[in-house]
Ligand binder design. Sequence first.
Ligand SMILES: N[C@@H](CCC(=O)N[C@@H](CS)C(=O)NCC(=O)O)C(=O)O
Length: 212
Amino acid sequence: MTIALHAFDTPNGRKISVALEEMGLPYEVHVVDITKGEQHVPEFVAISPNHKIPAIVDTDGPHGRPVSVFESGAILIYLGEKTRRFWPSEPLAHIACLEWLMFQMGGFGPAPGQVHHFVALANEDDRRYGLERFQAETRRLYAVMNARLANHAYFAGADITIADFAILGWAWRHARHRVDLDDYPNVRRWYDALMARPAVARGFAVPLRRTA
Ligand SMILES: N[C@@H](CCC(=O)N[C@@H](CS)C(=O)NCC(=O)O)C(=O)O
């Protein structure tokens, strides 16, 4: 059984490499260089119809047949169900895991992603409104996370879940969206605890970009 991970070196790609490492699943990387338009190649679009990374192909899917999955949240849930790891069965933790996974997919990803876009614009007039709007929203989301982590070790409670991997992928880019984690001490504590895990380090180290 091998899982093919089609991804690039971005927050949404890293969520999945971290989860695969933490779950101990065998996988191989297929780099999809989105800076070169490889997300539009028909073979990739066949498994990711929205033309975006990440996507996976599991040769050992349901009924023992290959299956492809796109959308990082769907991939994390698929892997959680497959392994029964980082995917709590206890009902309250299960609900919390889903809540914080959806929080990431719906907000803490789209908002900092816009900061990454506007920050890169050279023209100050073009960037000002968008940067102010999405930086404010991104910082508001960090404050929400900081409040949650004031009395929970991880987003779904006492244990690490796929919601943490989802949020970590974006928190990993905090400097790029101009957030100082020291302004959010509970997020800082959570971030440092996760980044200290060997499997998380492997998930961030696996090459998702071609060197040559
Ligand atoms: N909701 C999607 C978002 C995926 C996404 O935005 N991927 C970006 C890289 S992080 C991408 O492939 N961008 C290429 C493009 O937009 O052309 C998910 O979570 O999987």
